[in-house]
Design a binder for this molecule. Structure first.
Ligand SMILES: Cc1cc2nc3c(=O)[nH]c(=O)nc-3n(C[C@H](O)[C@H](O)[C@H](O)COP(=O)(O)OP(=O)(O)OC[C@H]3O[C@@H](n4cnc5c(N)ncnc54)[C@H](O)[C@@H]3O)c2cc1C
Length: 335
C-alpha cells in the first residue's frame, strides 16, 4: 500500500497544476494517470486572456508555443456579421504538447507520476481515503483530488448517477493559413455554436450543443464548405451534480467546472487546480477557496440563458452591427 497525503487523479491541466503547486510547497503528493504522455486531448486549445494570465502567473518560467489570434469572424444563422478585434489575443495551443509541458514542470521539481487509473474509492472510519488503482495497487491518502476529466471516476464515487451533458465534435482540417477564429451562433444550435480555430499545423472545426450529433456536425461542415475528415467527439461537463466532500476535491472537468456559455475549460482547470492545492496547503474548505470560481461560473450560466434563445440571439444580431460595442463586450468577456 502506498501512503501519501494527497493523491491527484489525472494529469491534465487541472491535476498537473494542483500536483505542481503541492510539490512546490514540499507537500507529500502523488499524481496518477493511465495515459502515456504526451497524450492527445480533443480540444480547440483556445486559451483566453484570463486563461493565459493565470498560466503566466502560475508558471512564469513556462515557454510554450501558441498561435496568437486577434480577430474573430461572427456568423449568425448562416449570415456573416463581421470581423471583431480582440485587444488581448486568444492563444491557441496544441494540447498534446501543452499538457506535456505542464506535467514536465511538476516532474522537474521532483514530482512523482504513477501510470495507473483510479478504479475504486473507499472511505475509512477515520475519514481517510483508500483508492484502488487498475493495476491492483492501493493508495491510502488524506485527500483525493479528482482531476480525471469529464468522465471522472472520482465524481462517480460522489454521485454514481452523474453524467456529462454536452458532447462536442471536432475534426482537424488542412491548415488554411488564417490566424483568425470563426464562430457561428444560430437558433439551430441548442446552447452551442460552431467554431473554427487555427492551430500550428492544422485548423480545428468544431461544434457543440446539447443533443449534438455526428450527422448534424456533418451538415454544419457542409454549410461552411469544409471538407469532412475524421470527426472526434468528447464530453464536457457543466452542471455541478455532486455533493461537496471535505477530503475529495473535484477540479477541472471532473468537477464540472467548465463554462456553459463558451465551454471554455482550460482556465477553469488551472484555477480550480490551484484552488484545490491552496485549500489543502492552507487547511481550508475547497468551497471557500474556490468560491470566486463558482461565482464566475454561475454568472456564465445566467449569460448562457440570455444568449442561447431566439430573443438573445436577435439582440446579438442587433449589437453586431456596431463593431465598437461588440468588441467592448467581447473583450470584457475574455478577461
Ligand atoms: C471538443 C472540445 C473542445 C474544447 N475546446 C476548448 C478550448 O478551445 N478552450 C478551452 O479552454 N477549453 C476547451 N475545452 C475544454 C477543455 O478541453 C477541458 O476543460 C480541459 O481539458 C479540462 O482539463 P482537465 O485537466 O480537467 O481534464 P483533462 O484535460 O481531460 O485531463 C484528464 C486526465 O485524467 C486522466 N484520467 C482519466 N480517467 C482517469 C482515472 N480513472 N484515473 C486517473 N486518471 C484518469 C486522463 O488520461 C487525462 O489525462 C474543450 C473540450 C472539448 C471536449
Amino acid at each position: 500500500m502506498i501512503e501519501v497525503d494527497v493523491l491527484v487523479a489525472g494529469a491534465g491541466p487541472a491535476g498537473s497544476t494542483c500536483a505542481y503547486l503541492l510539490q512546490q510547497a514540499g507537500h507529500s503528493c502523488l499524481l496518477t494517470d493511465p495515459a502515456e504522455f504526451p497524450r492527445d486531448k480533443i480540444c480547440g486549445g483556445g486559451l483566453t486572456p484570463r486563461g493565459w494570465a493565470i498560466l503566466d502567473r502560475l508558471y512564469p518560467q513556462l515557454d510554450y508555443d501558441f498561435v496568437p489570434v486577434h480577430h474573430a469572424h461572427l456568423y449568425i444563422n448562416g449570415k456573416y456579421r463581421g470581423k471583431y478585434h480582440m485587444e488581448k489575443e486568444i492563444r491557441v495551443v496544441r494540447r498534446k504538447v501543452f499538457d506535456r509541458l505542464l506535467l514536465d514542470e511538476y516532474l522537474k521539481i521532483g514530482g512523482k507520476l504513477l501510470k495507473d487509473r483510479v478504479w475504486e474509492v473507499r472511505e475509512r472510519e477515520d475519514g481517510t481515503i483508500e483508492v484502488s488503482l487498475m493495476s491492483g495497487e492501493t493508495v491510502h491518502c488524506r485527500y483525493l483530488v479528482g482531476a480525471d476529466g469529464a468522465n471522472s471516476r472520482v465524481r462517480q464515487y460522489l454521485n454514481p448517477a452523474s453524467k456529462p451533458r454536452v458532447l462536442i465534435f471536432e475534426q482537424y482540417n488542412q491548415r488554411s493559413g488564417t490566424d483568425e477564429i470563426t464562430f457561428e451562433l444560430a437558433n439551430k444550435y441548442k446552447n452551442g455554436y460552431y467554431y473554427l480555430f487555427p492551430n500550428r499545423d492544422y485548423d480545428i472545426s468544431g461544434y457543440c450543443e446539447i443533443g449534438s450529433s455526428r450527422e448534424k456536425f456533418a451538415g454544419v461542415l457542409d454549410s461552411f464548405g469544409i471538407e469532412k475528415t475524421r470527426p472526434l467527439g468528447a464530453f464536457i461537463t457543466t452542471d455541478i451534480d455532486y455533493p461537496y466532500h471535505p477530503h475529495i476535491l473535484l477540479v477541472g472537468d471532473a468537477g464540472c467546472w467548465c463554462d456553459c456559455l463558451s465551454y471554455e475549460g482550460i482556465y477553469f482547470a488551472l484555477a480550480t487546480g490551484e484552488n484545490a492545492a491552496r485549500a489543502i496547503l492552507e487547511n481550508r474548505p475547497f468551497e471557500e477557496v474556490n468560491a470566486p470560481i463558482l461565482k464566475k461560473k454561475l454568472h456564465r450560466n445566467k449569460a448562457a440563458k440570455l444568449l442561447y434563445n431566439p430573443i438573445g440571439l436577435a439582440m446579438v444580431k442587433l449589437i453586431s452591427r456596431h463593431p465598437d460595442r461588440t468588441e467592448r463586450i467581447l473583450n470584457r468577456y475574455l478577461q
